[in-house]
Every structure is written in C-alpha cells, then in structure tokens.
Design a protein around this ligand. Structure first.
Ligand SMILES: Cc1cc2nc3c(=O)[nH]c(=O)nc-3n(C[C@H](O)[C@H](O)[C@H](O)COP(=O)(O)OP(=O)(O)OC[C@H]3O[C@@H](n4cnc5c(N)ncnc54)[C@H](O)[C@@H]3O)c2cc1C
Ligand code: SF4
Ligand code: SF4
Length: 416
C-alpha cells in the first residue's frame, strides 16, 4: 500500500494544535477538525496561566503562527467528524461542516455586528452576557473572522448585516457541507468540558446567581470578559469582599467524576490571587479535602498563596450551599480540624468544578471507560488519544502528550 501521509487531528485546542504542527513539521499533512468557530480551545478562555500568571494567548499565538506558516496544516472550523472507517494507514473520514455565513473576505470590521438587531447568549462567557447574532467569537479569535448564529437571527432580518458589510463577506446561501478525507492515523485531541454544576447535590435546587464556576471566574477576570476584567458579584455588580471556594466540586466522587481533576486546586490558588490583586482587603476561604499541587507547583505556587493571611484554608466537606434574599451565599461545612458543622456567609462562592472528557460521535468508534475517559489501550491501531481526553491535565502535560501522539501517528503512517 502507498504511504498515506495525512494525519487527522480531532480538536483544535492547545493539544490538537501542537500535535498538528509537530506532524506537519515532520513533512506530513495534518488536518485539524474543530467544532468551534475558532481554534485554541479552553485555553483561549483563560485569563492567566498558573503559576507564572502569564497570559495564555502568548502560547496560542506561537502555535497560530506555526500553523499559518506551514502549508501542510489544514484546518476546518465549525466541523465535526461523523464517521471513520478502515484501518491503520487507510482511514476514510467523513466530516460535517456547519455554515459560518461569513466567507474569507471578512476583514473583521464589526460593521455587521453593529447593524445586527438580534442577540444570543455568549457561550464563550458561559452565558454571563450576550453577543449579537453576527459576532466575533472573542477578541483574539483565530481565524479573525466573524460568524452568524442563524438560530438567533430574527425572522427575515438579513438585510441590516448584508447592507452593513462593504466586503461582500456575508453569504446566507451557505449550506452544511460534508467532506471526505483519507488519512493514515488519527489523533483524538477533543479535550474536556467543565463538569455541569447543576448535577451537584450540594446546590440543592441550585441555580444561585452568586454561585459561579471556576471557568466563569476565568472569564470574569479576563479584560475581554463579560465584566471587562472586574470580579464582581453577578446579582448586583458589587465588589466582592469575602469569597469562598468549594474544592472537588464533582471530582473524587463516585456519583460524579471518580477521579481527581488535577488542575482545580491550582486554579483556585490562581483565582485567590486574582481576587487579592483586585481587592487588597478581600478575604478568601478555600474549603478542601486535600490540596493537590503536584511537583514544582507546590514550592513555586502553593506556598506563595499560603503565606497570605487573607487566604484561609479549611479542611472540610461542604454539605450544602444556599442563597439568601439579599444575595449572600451561606456555605454549610463540616470543619474537620475545628470539629462540627459551621455555616458561614459569603458575597460569592466559586465551585472548583472538575474536567470531563469531551464526547465524540459514535461513528468514530472510540470506547470510553466507565469513568468517562478514553483508555489508550482499548483504541484501534492508528488512533492516539491526547491529554485531557485520557486524564485531566495542565497545558504543559497536554502539550508533551500531544508531541508524543504526533510521533506515534508518524510511525503509524510510516509502518504501512
Ligand atoms: C478553571 C481552570 C483553569 C485552568 N487554568 C490553567 C492554567 O492556568 N494553566 C494550565 O496549564 N492549565 C490550566 N487549565 C487546564 C487547561 O485548560 C487544559 O490543560 C487545556 O485546556 C488542555 O488543552 P486541550 O487542547 O487538551 O483541550 P481543550 O482546551 O478542551 O481543547 C479541545 C478542543 O477540541 C474541540 N472539540 C471538542 N469536541 C470536539 C469534537 N467532537 N469535534 C471537534 N472538535 C472538538 C473543542 O472545541 C476544543 O477547541 C485550567 C483548567 C480549568 C478548569
Ligand atoms: S462580515 Fe463584513 S461587516 Fe462583518 S466583520 Fe466581516 S467584513 Fe465586517
Ligand atoms: S485538584 Fe484539588 S480540587 Fe481538583 S479534584 Fe483534585 S483535590 Fe479536588
């Protein structure tokens, strides 16, 4: 059989981008299939990286530059793989691409969004604000190209945005497309989703305005987020003075995610620093079972936060959370060291929700274990799972794993 020099990469987050550039820089074609209208994955939603607190966009920009400069990397956004048939060295792939309604002539001038009369919930900001139906997914989006969410358009309202666009970039005649590819190997880099807090028993009937998730806090702290970087109480926009973090929200629990989500202790330490930086008088309380800060994160990060007298660590299992009419949130906790149940009031509570592996279409044929993760050893030959699909991971580990998967996929292609 002739060597098939193409590798399919499912997911265009930090892992998928890394795998694709490594494959392409070794001389093989890499095809990234990404379901969002932009590349970069969850990292694009983060404000800063632990532990150095540098902006994640630097790392993403480097990867975008590498893929821009390498003609062997092809990418498809708003795309999902529906089916993969065949064997190592010869996989037939079916990809469905949803219409963007904006073509490559888009220069990102924002005129369509300004003219657009319709709104949609902004999923990039976890619904904390709205965007126009004609929108740029986020300020650093790659590709820097607008999208129209036709499901949010008012009936027969195409005229305002069509008239506003001076570049003939809007095309409502676009239709969903199905394309086929033949590849030699497949890299699964579809990443993770935040565990759904609505499933957590501690919230009771749930839906409290001033109980947010760790990823929502990342968006609030981001300058291009729903509150322009200000961490404020969602119900009334007040500055926060007293914030609690509930660790292991959904993780290490056989009724939810049976594993430790690895990054949520580190994320809460980072978030404590975000709050303390914005509000020098604010108090932060972290309720934990164990604080897990693997390897060098402990001396470089944990001890730094621990030194702050305004950050309290309380070992205790949170039994319940409730919201009072004025918006304050009461946390009910079993304090392990002090003993007994304690109820404490806060301005806002952050749930350190865990990471759940993304699911893939059944037609791809990827078995998931009972814990919801992908077990490499059960995959068919020529398939390689990366990073957070296999186990919760930080970016450094995801990138290392993606490089290893790139090498394995090259070997797969060469073997045939
Ligand atoms: C609150 C919080 C804070 C964090 N902060 C840090 C930090 O400071 N430093 C750090 O190192 N790590 C941090 N992390 C972890 C970091 O987000 C992950 O390590 C990183 O996102 C892993 O990248 P990835 O590409 O594997 O997955 P993702 O970022 O999830 O990317 C996967 C991509 O695949 C796409 N996709 C999903 N399903 C499909 C499909 N079916 N078809 C096509 N595409 C699909 C997604 O849209 C996405 O673009 C944090 C995590 C949390 C929860
Ligand atoms: S679609 Fe047209 S109006 Fe909208 S941002 Fe692009 S070029 Fe501007
Ligand atoms: S990293 Fe921390 S908060 Fe997250 S599951 Fe593990 S112990 Fe719990």
């Amino acid at each position: 059989m002739a060597e098939n020099k193409k590798v399919l990469v499912i997911g265009g987050g930090m892992s998928g981008l890394t795998a694709a550039v490594e494959v392409a820089e070794a001389g093989l074609e890499a095809h990234i299939v990404e379901k969002n209208p932009y590349l970069g994955g969850r990292v694009a939603q983060l404000n800063k990286y632990f532990w150095k607190l540098c902006p994640p966009n630097c790392g993403l920009e480097i990867q975008f530059k590498r893929i821009r400069n390498n003609a062997l990397v092809k990418w498809y956004t708003l795309a999902e793989v529906q089916e993969i048939k065949g064997d190592e060295g010869n996989f037939d792939v079916t990809i469905k691409i949803q219409p963007r309604y904006v073509n490559d002539k888009c220069v990102g001038c924002d005129a369509c969004a300004q003219a657009c009369p319709s709104y949609r919930n902004n999923d990039f900001n976890f619904g904390m604000n709205q965007s126009k139906a004609a929108y740029l997914p986020h300020e650093q989006a790659f590709p820097f190209q607008y999208v129209i969410d036709a499901t949010a358009c008012q009936k027969d309202c195409q005229k305002p945005c069509l008239d506003a666009c001076k570049y003939s970039a809007i095309d409502f005649a676009m239709k969903p497309e199905t394309i086929s590819l033949n590849v030699g190997a497949v890299i699964l880099a579809a990443g993770w989703n935040p565990y759904d807090p609505a499933k957590l028993d501690i919230l009771g009937s749930g839906g409290f305005k001033n109980v947010v998730t760790n990823m929502m806090l990342e968006r609030m702290a981001s300058a291009d987020g729903p509150t322009a970087g200000k961490i404020i109480r969602p119900s009334d926009g007040k500055p926060v003075k007293n914030v609690a973090f509930v660790q292991c929200a959904g993780s290490r629990d056989e009724n939810h995610l049976p594993y430790c989500s690895y990054i949520c202790c580190l994320a809460s330490l980072k978030h404590a620093l975000y709050i303390r930086e914005q509000y020098p008088d604010a108090k932060v309380t972290i309720y934990y079972i164990d604080i897990r800060t693997p390897g060098l994160y402990e001396p470089r990060f944990y001890w730094k936060v621990k030194e702050d007298p305004n950050v309290a660590f309380i070992k205790g299992k949170v039994a319940g959370v409730s919201e009072e009419p004025g918006g304050d949130v009461v946390v009910d906790v079993e304090d392990i060291y002090a003993g007994g149940k304690v109820k404490t009031k806060f301005d806002m509570v952050v749930l350190a929700t865990g990471m759940e592996a993304s699911s893939l279409a059944q037609g791809i044929g990827v078995p998931y274990s009972s814990d919801g993760l992908v077990d490499d050893t059960t995959l068919r030959k020529g398939f390689y799972a990366v990073g957070t699909m296999k186990s919760p991971a930080d970016v450094a580990r995801s990138v290392q794993d993606a490089t290893a998967a790139a090498i394995k996929s090259i070997q797969s292609v060469k073997r045939r």
